[in-house]
Design a protein around this ligand. Structure first.
Ligand code: GLN
Length: 191
């Protein structure tokens, strides 16, 4: 199985390292043609406005939507969650997103860089909590009917899944814990 990691800006290397540790072939996707061989795509955290502009410049919007329609699973982490969401609150004017997943995210919901934090998160699928690293994170303010909540922090949803789409507002690639990557590969893409 080959998983692509969108490598325009942000924490893409750490995703590649974590996927390779699971014996998954992970490729840094820099051009839309590279999506063709990918059964799954990770859109990393970073800065959603920068990634959105680069996606536009390199012509990624239509090919990602088409590959998703053909069955490619997509996981957005943090800025990536903003990019997969149908609705974004507090986006910059004209900020574009893929609009694939039926969630409303609030950008920078937890505050500024200095308000970044870590918290243990309880997932139904995992026995031990998962350490969530939140860096200028959005939260998921609303989920549509076909969306399953995977984890919450306080009152807010921080991980969700809709079929072959997944969004996490924290950074699982920065913890060295591969459980969410394994879940994406085995259940979201492979399920
Ligand atoms: N606040 C950033 C944004 O709006 C996301 C931060 C992150 O990905 N860690 O894109």
């Amino acid at each position: 199985m080959q998983i692509g990691v969108l490598a325009l800006q942000g924490a893409f290397r750490e995703h590649i390292v974590t996927l390779e540790a699971l014996d998954v072939r992970a490729v840094a996707v820099r051009l839309p043609e590279q999506l063709e061989g990918c059964e799954g795509l990770v859109i990393p955290g970073g800065e959603s406005t920068a990634i959105a502009k680069l996606m536009d410049a390199y012509g990624f919007y239509e090919p990602i939507a088409r590959r998703h329609a053909e069955g490619m699973g997509i996981w957005g982490t943090c800025a990536g969650a903003i990019l997969v969401a149908k609705n974004v609150i507090d986006a910059v004017p004209d900020q574009r997103s893929l609009g694939l997943m039926d969630i409303t995210v609030r950008r920078n919901a937890y505050g500024r860089q200095v308000d970044s934090f870590e918290a243990p998160l309880q997932f139904d699928s995992f026995f031990e909590p998962f350490q969530g690293v939140f860096i200028r994170a959005p939260w998921i303010e609303e989920v549509g009917q076909g969306v399953d909540v995977l984890a919450s922090h306080g009152e807010h949803v921080v991980a969700a899944r809709q079929g072959d789409l997944m969004a996490t507002v924290f950074h699982p690639e920065l913890t060295g814990d591969p459980r969410i990557h394994r879940y994406f590969v085995e259940s979201v893409v492979g399920g």
